[in-house]
Ligand binder design. Sequence first.
Ligand SMILES: Cc1ncc(COP(=O)(O)O)c(C=O)c1O
Length: 364
Amino acid sequence: MILLNPGPVNVSERVRRALLEPDICHRESECSDLLADIRQKLLQAFVPDNESDYTAILLTGSGTAAVEAALLSSVPLGKRVMVINNGVYGQRLWSMACTQRLGGVEFRLKWGEAPDPEKVLLALRQHKEVHTVAMVHHETTLGFMNPAEKIAEIADGLNRVFLLDSVSGLGGEALDIATPHMYMVASAAQKCIQGFPGVAFVIVRKGFMESIKKYPKRNWYLNLANYYEEQERGTVPFTPAVQVYYAFREALQELLDEGVANRCARFRGYATTIRKRMVSLGVNAVLPSEYQSNTLTAFHLPEDISYSSLHDQLKDAGYVIYAGQGEMESKIFRVANIGALEEGNITGFLDAFEVVLKKGCGST
Ligand SMILES: Cc1ncc(COP(=O)(O)O)c(C=O)c1O
């Protein structure tokens, strides 16, 4: 089955085989070595030449665990959070902040609307209580690229901390983490890095990590300082998903072998193939091209075709597409193009799509 959902993705045989490494005890040196290796490869991949200024903290869990750990660990006593919310995952960030009574400013926009940097600046000037500015890099809701670097620069210019949810972006979308403005980036294994679900991580600027250690603990299991201190000692606070970590290490080596820029370009190439063919079939993308990511495209559902019928017929042909969310659920479909795919998988999908489209499938 070819997965064209935005993760979990198809992995390579090389990554799958890594699951079969020997059983180990998580309190033994083999596990310490595995963790150290993964942390080092993360820095090599995402902050090359600046590895000594950053740390990578591993968590067993999905991307949301890393995002929540980063957000709740980043706020000193009495301070608040501003969330730029222009999609489902921005909304999730805001809900996390509100659940912990940390919400200060919800910078709410329509889905697919870019934040105006001037307005963000103004809002931050008005809200001195805001310490952390959080946003999503690639808003998977519509495949929308947020101007992360620009907003990071504004937040840092006003001495605020910038946190990025790059769960669906890192490894597939260009991102310069090693600027002075980016404090924390949360992501996970099962999307652009082409690993299995079950391991997530936060890349944090070391100087800021030292500050975090002094902040109040707002949660227990997902407290980032706790993970950091243990991992710096070569240990783990809780039992990690060891076999998934083996596969993650292999996926990171595979990413380093391919090169992050080449991976981004490969995904961009697949997306271009998909978008061109959809145009020729009269199927329209939801977003204008300047906001589209390398990794996912949201399309308007063609008339007279329900999502479930389209999905089921494509699945019968061997391809899994993805539904819209919330208010878009019955109006759009999404096609991601990440994972251990080849151009032939993409053209195979497009051929199958064309057959379904020409047949017409009515609503079910
Ligand atoms: C931008 C973004 N953030 C967070 C998540 C949540 O990730 P997970 O399902 O791994 O918890 C996703 C999942 O698709 C996402 O796309």
